[in-house]
Design a protein around this ligand. Sequence first.
Ligand SMILES: C[S@@+](CC[C@H](N)C(=O)[O-])C[C@H]1O[C@@H](n2cnc3c(N)ncnc32)[C@H](O)[C@@H]1O
Length: 276
Amino acid sequence: MGYEDMWAPGRTGAPADLRPDIPHPARMYDYYLGGKDNFPADRAAAEKALAANPEFRSTARANRGFLTRAVRCLAELGIDQFLDVGTGIPTVGNTHEIARAATPNARVVYVDNDPIVLSHARALMAGAGHGRTTVIQADLRRPDPLLDAVRAVDLLDFSRPVGLVLAAVLHFLRDEDEPYRAVATLLDALPSGSHLVLSHGTADFIPPAVRDRVTGVYDKATAPLVGRSRAEVHAFFDGLDLLDPGVVTVPLWRPDTPPATDAERVSMYGAVARKP
Ligand SMILES: C[S@@+](CC[C@H](N)C(=O)[O-])C[C@H]1O[C@@H](n2cnc3c(N)ncnc32)[C@H](O)[C@@H]1O
């Protein structure tokens, strides 16, 4: 498949260039998780970030665990359609697989702004989607065209509750990208009973010197890394009803097994909330 084929009708803005020479967060994250879908520039940048903060790898895994438990929770609540923005390169336990374990007919629209994510996700969907899963290229920084692109593929029924998944993506939006407006715009399009699954990196537990080294690595990548405090992450849920246990570090969100002793200091917050 050529890259020109990866974009769904209604995609937003200019297509992102693959640019293997510039580190990209999706491919760096793939490297942290032990994946193979990354280029030398991604690996070099990821190694620099890991040298500054070796916990990046375990934080990425903890985030995947949160995503699994949160999507499973929504599926068990009866949510059978998901909008997953900032999908990432497919790995073990993708949103449609988790949801379908509880709700076999679950529909999922994946959205990412990285062509390599689309390439891999489309290949996976070809075997597993069969019209109930699709992937489109759009940018969270432009939520209105993103919604237009989602509506254009006509897979989700916006009159019924949707699970909106924003896992480990909002920390790639600077304040001037208006991340709170982006979340509010997406939620405004969804009916009462919809749920938000959100996780977000934080520098609350790391020394400023480590934070500065890590952000220095991402400043040379295609997207910056903007850690936000617990209060700032909490603010994404304004107007929603948080499910227990509220905003916590990701290993502490409804763990399946007893969390490790350092779970309270993992550099990623997560929560799930219902739109009233
Ligand atoms: C760290 S990965 C998270 C993947 C997955 N959601 C998870 O939690 O495991 C972040 C993803 O967000 C995507 N991303 C970053 N900025 C984005 C933007 N402005 N719009 C859409 N996707 C974006 C990246 O391409 C990458 O695939």
